[in-house]
Design a protein around this ligand. Structure first.
Ligand code: ADP
Ligand code: MG
Length: 398
């Protein structure tokens, strides 16, 4: 079956569907509804953040045929908010309705082995390659790993996120034990690199091959989870920022990608740039776009899905985003869940609170984010530091 495509734009009044009901789906639904679209969410959870705010919520498993048929009957075009949605579900929907991003692109982003092969192909034109790595799918691969990759990080090829599925290994013995501990699933071993900074670029690309992008943002991770994103003109040396944008666009072009794509990079201590991974959807590091840009990453997701024109987004304020994890709902040593002091945080000028409607806080769970905008970088940083103090967060600088 050849994929259905958007031949003319789907105008407001149409229904846009999304696979997955998490916070990214919720913010997509908000953006779509603000533009006058109806929305349909498919998620196995009866009480998902996006399902709660959508016009239609199909409570079904991602591979449930009846659920997929209902989604494709309701929605005029379908996107995903969740990269581990089975690629075959997207492929089956694509027989009836335009689906963006396409199953093949999502399938590559779901598998670090395919993803790195794609990055390596793109490096021929962009000049930005990935960290030295080896694929480990068998005992023979394990035995052949060169010592130059150690110390390294063993990452499962599939289903890893927020640092899960990763182990740092220093010796061949540790590597062998770590691979065994994964159950011998396909993995990549990456050389551990000296990072000066981490950054990412969000690209939106339409079916006609045109793309636009947000400025490069700088990211700080804690315990493998994004903690802070900062964006303004001095966030990275301009030449490095340009290189990252060009590399991200080449990654999207090489996939003939339609939709919003985030590409993550490492800036190394020697001044070079390495591509780390990609997410076939809006990204946590792009949440500042909701308040600091004239169109957000979710607006562009709506536009790419509906076949509407893409406009280059403009950052109208320096911005800093603090991720709000469930840990903030618990005082040290207390099992009791209490609401953080939002009233005090919101007394600070330029703070924009986004909570995802999750009633149960758990440590490490993404509950929301706080965007901070202001007239200059120093002011934004000072406000972020005050907000971080009120919330009991560690240092807020990326
Ligand atoms: P995830 O899918 O969990 O986000 P990543 O591959 O992005 O997985 O790794 C999570 C974090 O671990 C990165 O943001 C970075 O801080 C660190 N990291 C990953 N790979 C390397 C590496 N090769 N060298 C140094 N640090 C790394
Ligand atoms: Mg990552």
């Amino acid at each position: 079956m050849s994929p259905a495509t958007v031949t003319s734009p789907l105008l407001p009044g149409s229904t846009l569907g999304v696979m997955g009901g998490g916070q990214l789906g919720r913010m997509f639904v908000h953006a779509a509804q603000a533009m006058g679209y109806f929305t349909a969410v498919l998620d196995p959870d009866a009480d998902s953040p996006a399902g709660r705010v959508s016009h239609h919520h199909i409570h079904a498993d991602y591979l449930d045929e009846d659920g997929l048929a209902r989604l494709s009957k309701l929605a005029d075009a379908i996107t995903t908010e969740f990269e581990n949605v089975p690629a075959q579900a997207l492929a089956s929907l694509a027989g009836d309705r335009p689906v963006a991003p396409a199953a093949h692109a999502v399938g590559i982003a779901q598998d670090r082995i395919l993803e790195k092969a794609h990055f390596t192909r793109c490096a021929a034109t962009s000049g930005v390659g990935c960290a030295p790595y080896a694929v480990i799918e068998s005992a023979a691969h394990l035995a052949a790993v060169p010592a130059t990759l150690l110390p390294g990080i063993l990452k499962t090829a599939r289903l890893g996120y927020d640092g899960k599925g990763q182990q740092t290994v220093h010796t061949a013995e540790e590597l062998a034990r770590a691979w065994e501990a994964t159950g011998g699933v396909p993995c990549v071993l990456e050389k551990r690199l000296p990072l000066a900074a981490e950054c990412s670029v969000i690209v939106a690309r339409s079916a006609d091959g045109r793309s636009v992008h947000f400025p490069v943002q700088r990211n700080l991770h804690r315990d493998g989870i994004l903690a802070v994103t900062e964006v303004h003109e001095q966030v990275l040396p301009p030449a490095l920022a340009q290189q990252a944008v060009a590399a991200a666009v080449s990654v999207a072009d090489g996939l003939d990608y339609v939709g919003v794509l985030c590409v993550e990079f490492f800036a190394l201590e020697d001044g070079s740039l390495v591509v780390n991974e990609m997410a076939p959807r809006p990204h946590n590091s792009g949440h500042y776009t909701l308040d600091a840009c004239d169109v957000s990453q979710f607006d562009l997701q709506v536009r790419t899905l509906a076949g509407l024109p893409l406009v280059a987004p403009r950052l109208h304020s320096p911005a800093l985003m603090l991720n709000l994890l469930g840990d903030l709902w618990f005082a040290p040593g207390s099992p009791q869940q209490t609401e953080p002091p939002w009233d005090r945080v919101l007394a600070l000028p330029g703070t924009h609170l986004h909570l995802y409607g999750k009633t149960e806080a758990r440590r490490g769970r993404k509950m929301g984010h706080l965007n901070i905008t202001g007239t200059d970088v120093a002011q934004v940083r000072a406000t972020a530091a005050q907000a971080a103090r009120l919330l009991g967060l560690a240092d807020s600088t990326a």
